[in-house]
Each structure stands twice: as C-alpha cells, then as structure tokens.
Design a protein around this ligand. Structure first.
Ligand SMILES: [Zn+2]
Length: 116
C-alpha cells in the first residue's frame, strides 16, 4: 500500500465508521455512497470495519456468557458464516481450554471412578 493510499484511507476512516454506525448526517451519507461507488480501497476498508465490528459484538456478548454458551455462540456464528461463504471466526484457544477444564472438573465432582 502506498503512503497516498494510507493517507486517503485515514481521511475517510471516521466517516466510514460513522456510516456503519448509522450516525452520519444524510448529506454525508450520500457523499460516502458516491465515493464508495468509485473507490475500491474504501470498499475494502468498509468491509473490514464491518467485520471487526461483528467480532467486537461477539466479544461483548461473550463477557456475559458462560464458557459453554460462548463456545456455542462461536459454533453458531461459524455455521452461519460457512453458509454465507465467509471465513470462520477463530475460536480463542483460552476459551476451548476453559470448556475442557470445566468439563473435567464437572466430571470429577460426580466422583465417578474408572474401573481398574
Ligand atoms: Zn476512497
């Protein structure tokens, strides 16, 4: 990426983010849409803003959920993304470890013994 492209993207970033949030005034929305129609770099930037925003929403949901529910959320989102042809979200290794550990702890709590 050239320095000019980088500077161009930085000039449009705030407006594109406000556009995604739906907080941009109407005349600016029209200006952004006209620009997007002819600027591929900003189209890619817009897609990246939307993708990161989606991942952020996943993280926000995660904070209020148990590890098992968080794992199911990832699995469900990835199922939807697979149907759309999008790349799957990476399930954090720490989350998988947490679910593994809780599954072991829960089993241990039942005092189930293996037969020798
Ligand atoms: Zn542009």
């Amino acid at each position: 990426m050239t320095r000019e492209t980088r500077e161009h993207l930085e000039r449009w970033l705030d407006r594109l983010m406000a556009y995604v949030e739906g907080t941009l005034p109407k005349p600016d929305v029209e200006e952004v849409q006209r620009h997007l129609a002819s600027c591929h770099a900003c189209q890619v930037l817009l897609e990246n803003i939307q993708r990161l925003r989606e991942q952020l929403q996943v993280l926000e949901s995660e904070l209020r959920l148990s590890p098992e529910a968080r794992l199911r959320l990832y699995q469900r989102l990835n199922e939807e993304r697979r149907k759309r042809g999008d790349a799957p979200l990476t399930i954090p290794q720490a989350l998988l470890e947490e679910v593994r550990r809780q599954a072991l702890d829960a089993t241990e709590a039942t005092e189930e013994e293996v037969k020798k």
